[in-house]
Design a protein around this ligand. Sequence first.
Ligand code: NAP
Ligand code: FER
Length: 337
Amino acid sequence: MAAKNRQIVLASRPQGAPQEANFRLVESEIPQPAEGQFLVKTHYLSVDPYMRGRISEAKSYADPVGIGDVMVGGTVGTVIESRHAKYQAGDVVVGNGGWQEFSLSNGEGVYRFDASMAPMSTALGVLGMPGMTAYFGLLDIGRPQPGETVFVSGAAGAVGSVVGQIAKIHGCRAVGSAGSQDKVDHLVNDLGFDAAFNYKNVKDYAAKLQEVCPGGIDVYFDNVGGPLTDAVFTQLKLRGRVVVCGQIDQYNAEKPPQGPRLLWHLIVKRARAEGFLVFDYFSRFPEAMCDMAGWLQEGKLQYRETITDGLENAPRAFIGLFQGENLGKQLVRIVKE
Ligand code: NAP
Ligand code: FER
């Protein structure tokens, strides 16, 4: 066992886009579990767009990460010592260990991962929080029907790539946008999207959407927000549904956007726009995981992971999310299997 725990703490709050200087690597003693606790060695940690919100001042569903606190985040790893009735050394567990190599847990928000089902890394991606977001956001909020057109922004990322594939599994036409030609090719050639475009090369989003979704859009799964979303509103079909999942285009904005106000389109199309949080579905994760693991085994669901090695590179991996450096799920690997 390594003699020390290494941790990434928040050094300062970013103004605009996060920078590496907003984070600091520190070392501390490896903690000992008290009665009712267990110690986990992290194998992979997740970096996610929502963390941008957690390092800003504003309180939301959770308190912000304090200056000097270990960065929060999902982790998968193995229990190495336990004084908890439900967990034993050797168990593979998913939890919120944060950006550190070892973490203590009392079992809250933790669940066991069956590592014979799929590689451990998938517990943070396609079979983890992002996969669950795609599943419940699309099926529960978007309610796609066979033959409908589903358009997803941020389509080559962890959530978006799964949304398009579940849309296909449900007999829909899947169309996506992403930030490079390689990503667009991947969506169409590897993941089975019917069409995709590179939003960075498009000036007139509404015209592009008309070209790739000629009859209009039944379900819009929005990961991005901003001007692309404004354009989608103009292309909704009668009784269209907008699944408001993420607004990454806005996360580093220093002032709230003064949007074009396009809600008129919701009236005309009798359409619905609804936000959701994946955490509200925690109790239903097992049913989704069962479907998703089945689709993985049947080859109906593909996934990609972008893996960055070393805890010290977690800030860089996180910053890369806002620059589109990842294809599929961005992970940080602590232990090479
Ligand atoms: P991700 O898509 O794997 O990574 C972020 C991607 O966003 C990047 O790869 C980049 O790809 C794209 N991006 C960055 N800046 C952008 C911009 N200004 N305009 C357009 N695209 C931009 O991340 P994820 O974990 O799957 O999350 C996707 C979205 O879902 C995020 O908005 C996140 O906040 C949201 N989310 C919501 C919930 C919920 O419960 N509501 C849960 C999980 C995630 P490009 O190369 O395409 O630009
Ligand atoms: C996300 C964006 C926002 C996300 C969660 C939130 C889990 C929650 C925000 C809030 O409650 O303020 O990508 O992913």
